[in-house]
Design a protein around this ligand. Structure first.
Ligand SMILES: [Zn+2]
Length: 281
């Protein structure tokens, strides 16, 4: 009995570890290939976790590939293991079990909460849809909701099946998402810096957004995205009316002009005031 339990623990640990290695290795290979930096591959409650830097310099799609690589590799591994097992026509139990751990890891990591891969993917998507800062706020709330749901379902699982997997996952997500607030704030500035760095060497699309000219600068900051520049068109109102005479160009506020103003004068003022001040400089 004891020996059997011991063998079960060792084989399970070996299988979970191999699924984790496949997962993290795929992230590392994707980062190395696409041009980020692997900072460290360190221990993590369930095995290893890789940390990357320099991703803000990459294209949006490259970041999606890096975030998705781990789960994709697990999915491919699971499909391959199941195929091999089924081809042997009776099925090979340990291959199917290994496939199962790969599927679990794939699905768990695609949960759309930070810092999991699914969270990274969803966060980046939101950053380009609603702006970097609102995306961060949504992700923090989502992290709280999902962790509470996991913990609740975890208790149900403990009572019904004597299994603590979901409960552990919920506690892990709760602990990690609490650490995300300062990380997201840092990321906001890193992304803006990388986007405006002259050495970036790639063109980014420009999206036009209409705003009232009396919109406060700190609210305009909420509109900035990761993978495109935002050009603000001031609506014809009070201050904006002063700076236009049939030339719409005069009434636009570029992201660069906005950031230059913020670095020099801080977050005080409105969109219209920046445009007017630039015109009369
Ligand atoms: Zn991952």
């Amino acid at each position: 009995m004891l020996v059997a339990t011991l063998i079960w623990i060792i084989t399970t640990a070996a299988m979970v570890t191999s699924a984790l290695v496949i997962h993290e290795l795929s992230h590392v290979l994707a980062v190395n290939y696409l041009g980020g930096k692997v900072e460290k591959v360190g221990p993590f409650p369930l095995g290893f976790s890789a940390k990357f830097t320099g991703l803000e310099k990459l294209h949006g799609w490259e970041r999606y590939v890096i975030y998705g690589a781990g789960s994709l590799a697990n999915a491919i591994a699971a499909a391959w293991l199941l195929t091999v097992s089924r081809l042997s026509y009776l099925g090979i139990p340990w291959l199917e079990q290994l496939a199962f751990y790969n599927i679990v890891l794939c699905i768990f990591n695609l949960t759309p909460v930070l810092p999991l891969d699914g969270g990274r993917i969803f966060h980046q998507f939101l950053c380009n849809r609603v702006g970097i800062r609102p995306a961060g706020r949504i992700m923090l709330k989502l992290g709280l909701c999902v962790s509470v749901a996991f913990i609740f379902l975890g208790f149900v699982q403990v009572i019904l099946y004597y299994n603590i997997t979901l409960l552990c996952a919920g506690i892990y997500i709760r602990k990690q998402s609490k650490k995300m607030k300062p990380v997201l704030q840092m990321e906001f500035f890193r992304f803006l810096e990388a986007k405006n760095s002259p050495t970036r060497g790639r063109l980014m699309p420009v999206k036009t957004v209409h705003i009232p000219s009396d919109m406060k600068i700190k609210n305009i900051m909420d509109r900035l995205a990761i993978d495109h520049f935002t050009q603000f068109m001031l609506k014809e109102k009070s201050l904006a009316a002063q700076c236009t005479s049939g030339q719409t160009k005069e009434c636009t506020l570029s992201e660069k002009a906005l950031l230059t103003h913020i670095f020099e004068y801080g977050l005080q003022g409105t969109a219209g005031e920046i445009v007017v001040s630039q015109k009369y400089l």
